[in-house]
Ligand binder design. Structure first.
Ligand code: ADP
Ligand code: MG
Length: 335
């Protein structure tokens, strides 16, 4: 047997070449919303703030996803970019086939009118105070040239669908905060957007009202088929949606997926599973609770198993800790 011939059972050269070629072509994430390695740096008076530091996010068509994270983690920056109001510093962001970095002024305007719908946290910012609910919903339709009769019918349909048909002829000052936000969701859906973006739409409302807003968002998602990305600082909303994405320091860290699973006994139960985002370079962020519990720091031991990857604390660090404990010392942590 010639030296260069592969051993029996080993992949041959052609197979290895094929695999290398497949690995070299970056896998294109698909989804209606795809952000890869998104960076947004704000520069004000010589000071730099990295609001997004390499964020990855993919949302499939028809999905409803909640983005959660502490104040200042970059949630509004992300939504500003997805809504076409702000432009990222680097990375890539695509919504319904529109490249948000390359888009020119005119295309950007059309994008904001027709491809995305937006709901803000401040109830007062979503609606014009001197127009009725129905007129507010009809307004964006007039920008894209919809006929008057059509505008009126669609406004009534949307308000009815979101449970606010009864306020159609009222101005915002004669509506509750919750009604105003549901009307705002109707306004955002007026031009049949592909994606509905909502930035803390329940931020100024109590829990019961905020449940109503989430119900209205779900309704829009299910009945109108619009993909929803809703931002909130309230971790409890994970109860309200199938998928929750957590942003920490301008990057997506973990995801929680909720689904109905059927157990061995045939009983259906709602389960929630935690996922971490793996970027294209293989980088993974391990949640702080995990790293603290197992004292994972700086270097971890890694092993490839048949169906999973094992991560253990670095032995050297663990032994040093054990020695320290045996000596009864509470000195500085070993580095
Ligand atoms: P969140 O919505 O999660 O509270 P933001 O996206 O508003 O977070 O902000 C992320 C970071 O970027 C914060 O540190 C914030 O101070 C900063 N930031 C946001 N907008 C601007 C801006 N226009 N100029 C300078 N810094 C900003
Ligand atoms: Mg915000």
């Amino acid at each position: 047997m010639a030296a260069h011939e592969p051993a029996a059972g080993a992949p041959d050269l052609a197979e290895l070449t094929r695999r290398a070629a497949a690995a070299a072509v970056p896998e294109r994430e698909d989804g209606l919303v795809v952000c890869e390695n998104l960076v947004r740096i704000y520069r004000t008076e010589g000071v730099e703030v990295q609001a997004l530091q390499g964020l990855d996010l993919a949302v499939a068509e028809g999905e409803m996803v909640a983005v959660i994270g502490a104040s200042g983690s970059g949630k509004s920056t992300l939504l500003g970019i997805l809504s076409g109001q702000d432009v990222p510093t680097a990375g890539s962001a695509e919504v319904a086939g529109h490249d948000l970095l390359a888009m020119k002024r005119r295309a950007r305007l059309a994008y904001r009118r027709s491809t995305v719908g937006f709901v803000w946290q401040q109830t007062g910012r979503n609606l014009l105070p001197y127009l009725t609910a129905a007129e507010n919903v009809m307004l964006p339709m007039s920008y894209v040239g919809a006929k008057r009769a059509r505008r009126r019918t669609r406004a009534e349909e949307l308000l009815g669908l979101l449970g606010v048909g009864h306020v159609a002829d009222r101005t915002p000052d004669a509506m509750s905060g919750g009604e105003q936000q549901r009307v705002a969701i109707a306004v955002a859906n007026a031009n049949e957007p592909r994606v509905l973006l909502a930035d803390e739409p329940t931020g100024e409302l109590d829990t019961a009202t905020s449940d109503d807003i989430f119900a209205a968002l779900r309704r829009a998602n299910e009945e109108l088929g619009v993909t929803v990305v809703v931002v909130t600082h309230d971790a409890l909303v994970s109860e309200q949606v199938q998928r929750t994405v957590r942003i920490r320091d301008g990057r997506t860290s973990t995801e929680v997926l909720r689904r109905v699973a059927t157990g061995a006994d045939g009983v259906q139960a709602l389960t929630s599973e935690e996922y971490a985002v793996l970027d294209r370079n293989g980088r993974l962020q391990i949640p702080r609770e995990f790293t603290e519990r197992l004292h994972l720091r700086r270097r971890v031991r890694l092993a490839l198993e048949t169906d999973h990857v094992g991560v253990w604390p670095d032995d050297a660090a663990r032994r040093a800790k054990a020695r320290q404990a045996a000596a009864g010392g509470t000195g500085p942590e070993p580095e």
